[in-house]
Design a protein around this ligand. Structure first.
Ligand SMILES: NC(=O)c1ccc[n+]([C@@H]2O[C@H](COP(=O)([O-])OP(=O)(O)OC[C@H]3O[C@@H](n4cnc5c(N)ncnc54)[C@H](OP(=O)(O)O)[C@@H]3O)[C@@H](O)[C@H]2O)c1
Length: 269
């Protein structure tokens, strides 16, 4: 798996698996946690080593259980989790610490590869206070890298200018119909690695049709064309599937390169 180097020197695999409906009844985001690790173990089996979870998904413990069940060493995996931008997690230093400790305990690990502020809120100073606590965990080696999610230019700038450690990643929504080019390009210009969440959701039938025309040329699918496009422009992707063939398909994007004219068409979807 190809990787990008984060600003703390660690390697981030450029494809990860989303997890937000894994380990839940009926694969439903709001469903109760059932502890089922089958989707995660399936993903590991086809080659995923990078997993994206969050406190808000309530399934960090399922990811932790899958790590144990894999029988692989912890350092074979790259685990991202996220602390909510909610007052109970940012109220003061202890609240932030409680969030980090909660993630560590649920994941059953003594370090997390990448830890993100899940959503910004409307108080830059408070976000910086949370950031400073996360920085202290990087100093201790408990968090190997820290970053943000859903941050706009102003919010990202504020942390870049005032933080001691620059955000390694900005995870934002990006897919046909909502590529979010501006914040992605802004992140790239500032050496903050952009990650695309929901890379395969909300793709219209019309976009799928246009992408399928391109896909035929490469003997790929519309989903693979999207993932390849993101990777070629420097964006890390975290597609999620409950289906083993589609999990595998989403990793099989390293044996072709998109022509310039095709990228033009894709960018218009
Ligand atoms: N930071 C944030 O605020 C934020 C917000 C949302 C999500 N996320 C993260 O991003 C991850 C990915 O986003 P997501 O889970 O919303 O959705 P996604 O990965 O964009 O798409 C998932 C959907 O696409 C289908 N799919 C997957 N591979 C496919 C393929 N090759 N061909 C056709 N259909 C395919 C899946 O169905 P099947 O299961 O039937 O294959 C599923 O319905 C999440 O799991 C989560 O970890 C982060």
């Amino acid at each position: 798996m190809e990787t990008v180097t984060l600003n703390t020197g660690i390697q981030l695999p450029i494809i990860g698996s989303g997890t937000n409906t894994f380990g839940k009844v009926d694969g439903n985001y709001m469903g109760d946690i059932n502890g089922d690790t089958s989707e995660l173990l399936m993903a590991m089996d086809v080659g995923y080593r990078h997993f994206d979870t969050a406190i808000s998904y309530r399934n960090e413990s399922v990811v932790g259980k899958a790590l144990q069940e894999s029988k692989k060493e912890r350092d074979q995996f790259f685990i991202t989790s996220k602390i909510p931008g909610r007052e109970e997690y940012y109220a003061d230093e202890n609240a932030v610490k409680k969030g980090v400790e909660q993630s560590l305990q649920a994941l059953n690990t003594d370090y997390i590869d990448l830890y993100l502020i899940h959503h910004p809120w409307d108080n830059l100073e408070q976000m910086l206070s949370m950031w400073r606590v996360l920085e202290s965990y990087v100093d201790k080696g408990t968090l190997k890298a820290i970053g943000v999610s859903n941050f706009n230019e102003e919010q990202l700038d504020y942390l870049i200018e005032n933080g001691r450690i620059k955000p390694a990643v900005n995870q934002v929504e990006s897919h046909p119909g909502k590529w979010n080019d501006e914040i992605i390009n802004y992140s790239l210009e500032h050496q903050v690695i952009p990650e695309a969440w929901g890379p395969l959701t909300r793709v219209s039938d019309q976009a799928k049709e246009a992408l399928n025309k391109i896909a035929e040329k490469y003997n790929k699918t519309w989903a693979q064309i999207i993932l390849r496009y993101q990777i070629e422009r420097g964006v890390v992707v975290i597609p999620k599937s409950h289906n083993k063939e589609r999990q595998q398909q989403n990793l099989d994007v390293f044996n072709f390169e998109l022509a310039e004219e095709d990228k033009q068409v894709i960018s218009q979807q």
